[in-house]
Design a protein around this ligand. Structure first.
Ligand code: AMP
Length: 213
């Protein structure tokens, strides 16, 4: 099973990708998570990416395309994968398509999670992430058992710099300009499936699994 999840920031791509990866026993590949890990480890790539991420801008195509190619080459992706947060530009989509062609594989489903922008602001500003393992929480829909502490690893929960309201506006602007055109791009090859992104986590998960199984 090879999947791509598209959708604006806060649509729930990361949450759904984790559930899908578990259900189908495939790898979740999140460029956002990989970049955040690089920032945390202060690698050369992380130091370069940080200022773009903090401002809600996209990291350069070359960097994220490199990340994805490396990751897809890894043996653990042979059973399948789910891309979450990539591609985000037409150039990334084209490079992905070339890489997949070389590997003689194809994407089975592209799922676009559609959601109202006003609702998203509310969602994103309530989001908390574990500093240690990256697990995501939400103060309304998915609170941790103990405030500020990760249920899974006891790590400290923090609000991502790019989940602050000013940065969110910038991320939406970038999404509209750079990422939304991907819908038309993928519509042309007939693989794009839109699902509604409102409601609870399990409700959205069922919409996706109904579509692909
Ligand atoms: P995410 O967790 O997917 O919302 O990503 C967080 C941030 O990482 C984004 O706002 C970008 O700065 C950067 N990023 C993640 N994925 C990509 C990508 N495919 N292309 C460019 N920048 C990305």
């Amino acid at each position: 099973m090879r999947l791509i999840l598209l959708g604006p920031p806060g649509a729930g791509k990361g949450t759904q990708a984790k559930l899908l990866a578990e259900k189908f026993n495939i790898q979740q590949i999140s460029t956002g998570d990989i970049l955040r890990q690089a920032v945390k480890n202060k690698t050369k790539m992380g130091l370069k990416a940080k200022s773009y991420m903090d401002q809600g801008k996209l990291v350069s195509d070359n960097v994220v395309i490199g990340i994805i190619k490396d990751r897809l080459d890894n043996a653990d992706c042979s059973k399948g994968f789910i891309l979450d947060g990539f591609p985000r530009t037409i150039q990334q989509a084209e490079s992905l398509s070339q890489a997949l062609k070389q590997m003689e594989i194809d994407i089975d489903y592209l799922i676009d999670i559609e959601i109202d922008f006003n609702y998203l602001i509310q969602r994103l500003t309530g989001r908390w992430t574990c500093r240690e393992c990256g697990e995501g929480y939400h103060k309304m829909s998915n609170p941790p058992k103990k405030k500020g502490v990760c249920d899974k690893c006891d790590g400290e929960l923090y609000q991502r710099d790019d989940d602050k309201e000013e940065t969110i506006q910038k991320r939406f602007e970038v999404y509209r300009k750079e990422t939304e055109p991907l819908k038309d791009y993928y519509q042309k090859n007939g693989k794009l499936n839109a699902i509604k992104g409102d409601g609870g986590i399990q409700e959205i998960f069922s919409r996706i699994t109904n579509l692909i199984t």
